[in-house]
Design a protein. Structure first.
Length: 417
């Protein structure tokens, strides 16, 4: 069963009509399917069942507490990139012992908190970060478990804004310098060298760049072993792509099979940090057509969701599927630009889409479960959308729509002159 299917001429999320979600919670609204998240999680976890592994959901892809709670109950670990994400994981019932901390700008306060709660590993991205972590760990009288995030200089073949493994990218430690940094790390009293890490980019639709990166990391692992620096785990990051349109990315099972083959008889635990491939196609953005505006040059469907709700089309020219919740064949279909009300020409959700529309219709933007709500903003003083998680015939409001008053909270007028 697919999570979002038409039944009797209207679109359902599991056993709930999306029309009903819109009536109950309004639009715009993100709707997630519990079943789809569970299935996507299993697609990662099952192929690794027989080995020492940690699958850490990349919280940046979708940090809703309900979603994190569901994944925590399934036994997921979490990949975080900020103190805020750590607190979300803890609030959602995640196990800090299954958390990896990525990101190239960790503050001393973030390091301290992560050490206090006992995370699984820090993915360290520079020598300067290593020095700071040593200092913070020494102040607390503990040792910090560390992987170095290595930049293997591999082209992920994805959008330049989400490619992270080339030497001109800001991420990771140049693979040519990695052995020296490991030697230094191994000599530090409060650093415990555990693993090696890389993440070469997001929305990869081929396995080969991952395998190129892996080959380079394995050379490093073997060189370090010869120096008696023992790497216990290999973290290959996230990055596996999904189908938005006609992409045909490998399944997690195919990808993991090829990775495991490459490892030979090395005794390495495996860590992965998938984000998009677990949640993207488990979510849609539900929106209502506010006005239709046909012009001599273009037809615009002005909907109540905008770039502040879903920025991927505006930011990466990303194509995301758009469908009617209740398609009608009694109207002619026409080609529409589906746009939001924000005062930017870049505020579109989709261009040149053939749809049979009338004002008041409900639409969904597909594949919006990853990098959707998490990248939303209050631009144009628009409240953030609600988030609903559907499970069978149940709807759970996992985040209510922001109120206008909340948008002002924390601001103040100037003192009187
Ligand atoms: C360090 C790190 N790990 C994991 C991810 C998750 O990537 P994806 O959502 O493509 O699986 C990202 C984002 O690209 C990342 O920067
Ligand atoms: N935000 C990006 C992915 C970023 C990956 C973060 N490392 C997207 O929507 O495709």
């Amino acid at each position: 069963m697919s999570a979002f299917e038409y039944r009797d001429g209207e679109l359902f999320a599991e056993d709930v009509a999306l029309r009903q979600v819109a009536e109950q919670h309004g639009t715009p609204c993100f709707v997630y399917s519990r079943h789809a998240i569970e299935q996507a999680w299993l697609a990662w976890d099952e192929p690794l069942k027989d080995c020492s592994r940690l699958v850490c959901f990349a919280v940046k892809a979708n940090s809703n507490l309900g979603v994190l709670n569901l994944l925590a109950r399934l036994g997921a670990g979490f990949d975080i990139v900020s103190g805020g994400e750590l607190e979300r994981v803890l609030a959602a019932g995640g196990d800090p012992g299954r958390v990896v901390f990525s990101g190239l700008g960790k503050t001393a306060a973030e390091m301290r908190r992560a050490l206090e709660v006992g995370i699984y590993c820090f993915n360290v991205e520079s020598s300067a970060e290593l020095e700071r972590l040593q200092q913070v760990a020494a102040e607390l009288g503990v040792t910090a478990p560390v992987s170095l995030r290595v930049n293997p200089d591999v082209d992920a073949g994805t959008h330049p804004y989400i490619s992270t493994g080339l030497k001109e990218n800001k991420f990771g430690i140049d693979i040519a310098d990695a052995a020296a940094v490991y030697r230094h790390a191994a000599s530090m009293p409060n650093i415990d060298v555990k693993g090696v890490d890389c993440h070469i980019g997001s929305q990869l639709t081929e396995v080969s760049p991952f395998l190129d990166a892996l080959d380079r990391l394995l050379v490093l692992v073997d060189d370090l072993a010869a120096e008696e620096i023992c790497i216990q785990h290999l973290d290959l990051g996230g990055g596996l792509g999904v189908t938005y349109d006609d992409e045909q990315p490998p399944s997690p099972g195919e990808y993991l099979g090829q990775v495991r083959e490459r490892l030979g008889d090395r005794q390495l635990s495996l860590v992965f940090e998938p984000g998009r491939s677990i949640v993207a196609n488990a979510g849609v953005l539900l929106t209502r057509v506010n006005f239709l505006k046909p012009t001599a040059h273009k037809n615009f469907a002005i909907v109540d969701a905008a770039m502040n709700d879903l920025i991927r089309p505006a930011l990466y020219s990303a194509w995301m599927g758009i469908d009617s919740v209740h398609p009608r064949d009694d109207r002619p279909s026409q080609v529409w630009d589906v746009v939001g009300p924000v005062c930017e020409t870049g505020d579109f959700l989709g261009k040149d889409r053939e749809l049979a529309l009338a004002a008041g219709d409900l639409l969904v933007v597909r594949s919006a479960g990853a990098y959707g709500f998490v990248m939303s903003s209050n631009y144009n003083t628009r409240p953030r959308a609600a988030e609903v998680l559907v499970a069978g015939n149940q709807q759970h409001l996992v985040r209510r729509r922001e109120t206008i008053a909340e948008l002002f909270a924390g601001e103040s007028l100037l003192p009187e002159a």
